[in-house]
Design a binder for this molecule. Structure first.
Ligand code: FE
Length: 217
């Protein structure tokens, strides 16, 4: 684990980011009764509507916005970092301010950006639940949310990476960063060889979602 994440995990973790709406994780064919979190979310939603704090239309629109977030947002940020050293420095120093230039609002979460180099490979996890830089990458993949990944990436990151086809040479350090409700990470992957002279649009097209959480090179 990286040394910069020694927080006590009892940090009032807010699970609203994962269970922020009643339909989270509900499959189209699912006719089973609502689970505990779904019931709690529904109850909260009803209460907020009843009290006039929010309307059903606002909730619907919020869900539409959440679903519209795609990894292309993060890829555009990475492509800019690859081509603009001043922007990259800003991104590494203050992620929230740097991505705001793209109209990306991280909300209350601090965005920490880490850069892969010839000597360091970074990979992201949320060991507690599935905190993920959604504003940059959209919804997290199932493997990222799985208990198995969350447990194993901390214990044996090189083995897990290799299972995803990402073999990290022995002379490259692997750093695992643990996300929190109020702390999200983005990885700047290494710029592929042979892309000299490419513009941002060309570069952003080759930035994969998984590379921005360190699971792909
Ligand atoms: Fe989490």
């Amino acid at each position: 684990m990286s040394g910069n994440h020694e927080h006590d995990h009892d940090h009032g973790h807010d699970h609203a980011h994962d269970h922020g709406h009643a339909h989270a994780g509900v499959k189209p064919e699912d006719t089973s009764p609502a689970g505990r979190y779904e019931l709690m979310a529904l109850a909260l939603q009803e209460l907020l509507i009843e009290k006039g704090a929010i309307t059903a239309e606002q909730i619907r629109r919020g869900l539409e916005t959440l679903d519209s977030w795609q990894p292309s947002r993060g890829a555009a940020v990475v492509a800019r970092a690859w081509t603009d050293p001043v922007f990259k420095a800003q991104l590494l120093a203050d992620g929230n301010a740097a991505v705001a230039a793209f109209g990306i609002d991280m909300g209350d979460a601090k965005l920490t950006v880490v850069e892969n180099t010839a000597k360091v490979h970074n990979v992201i996890v949320c060991t507690l639940c599935s905190c993920y830089p959604r504003a940059l990458l959209g919804l997290p993949p199932d493997w990222y949310r799985s208990k198995r990944y969350r447990a194993r990436i901390v214990r044996e990151p090189r083995a897990v990476l290799a299972e995803f086809g990402t073999v990290i040479p022995d002379d490259v350090a692997v750093r695992v960063h643990d996300s929190l409700a109020d702390l999200r990470y983005l990885v700047i992957p290494r710029r592929p060889a042979g892309t000299e002279g490419w513009n941002e649009a060309q570069l952003s097209a080759v930035v994969s979602r998984d590379s921005m959480v360190g699971m792909a090179a």
